[in-house]
Design a protein around this ligand. Structure first.
Ligand code: MF3
Ligand code: CO
Ligand code: CO
Length: 251
């Protein structure tokens, strides 16, 4: 990963701020009866009207502008014509390209009233992301992040997804390093000042193995829990600075 030139940091900040506003905008349309395809259209319109492009659209053949992962879907859910139902939880994951830079963020949304169990897994996923972000700094490693995430999640009685994780990001959508949700302190890759990574732990209710599902005409797969129990995820894009970090996709 190449550090971002000092005079271009503001461009990366701009892309990430647009991603944050887009996520809130799309999320405000979540309600019973809305389809994820309608949310996709709302996202695409918002992105284009703000002078940006949706990074997922056409990425390795991915057919839509955002990912919508409902209930047992872990990530990369493809928006479709299924109406959202009372009690569903869903992750909306948006990535925009603006001025040549990528901003990537996701969060969980509730459809109507949801169960305590559903609220809890979302709370665990959000705190797990925050625990990971706390570790980000110029003398940390990806192992420090993964260790903090998995320690917290395990303590709360949940399971981290090991197969998928965060990534370097900037001019490139998915760059080095790989940021797993498990690891050992001091191990993995050293973080580089003035580069960005995402912290995006995926949390499952059970230890069931995950199922990989093909998406037609795409090499991207989507993933779901093997036993159809819930999964939750939050994601921020984070800049590593000389003294610590800055969360670029905070609204
Ligand atoms: N935004 C996802 C991530 O956090 C990647 C989506 S790629 C797609 O890395 F092709 F599935 F859209
Ligand atoms: Co990401
Ligand atoms: Co994302």
């Amino acid at each position: 990963m190449t550090p971002i030139a000092a005079n271009e940091i503001r461009l990366m900040e701009g892309a990430c701020q647009l991603a944050a506003r887009l996520l809130a905008h799309v999320g405000s349309y979540v309600r019973v009866g809305v389809t994820t395809e309608e949310l996709d259209r709302i996202a695409e319109d918002y992105t284009l009207s703000h002078g940006a492009k949706s990074a997922p659209l056409g990425y390795h053949g991915f057919p839509k502008s955002i990912c919508t992962s409902v209930n047992a879907c872990i990530c990369h859910g493809v928006p479709d014509k299924t109406p959202l139902r009372e009690g569903d939880i869903l992750n909306i994951d948006v990535t925009v390209i603006k001025d040549g830079y990528h901003g990537d963020t996701s969060g969980m949304f509730f459809v109507g009233r949801v169960s305590d169990k559903a609220r809890e897994i979302c709370d665990v996923a959000h705190n797990a992301m925050l625990k990971g972000i706390e570790e980000v700094g110029p003398s940390s490693t990806t192992g420090d992040i993964g260790f903090a995430v998995s320690k917290y999640v395990t303590k709360r009685g949940y399971w981290v997804v090991k197969e998928i994780g965060g990534h370097g990001i900037g001019k490139v959508f998915h760059d080095d390093p790989w940021v797993p949700s498990y690891g050992k302190k001091g191990k993995g890759d050293k973080l580089v000042p003035w580069t960005c990574i995402t912290v995006e732990p995926m949390i499952n209710e059970t230890a069931a193995s995950i199922r990989e599902v093909s998406i037609p005409n795409s090499t991207i797969k989507y993933y779901e829990t093997g036993d159809k129990t819930l999964s939750a995820q939050y994601e921020h894009t984070v800049l590593i600075t000389d003294s610590g970090h800055q969360v670029l996709t905070l609204q």
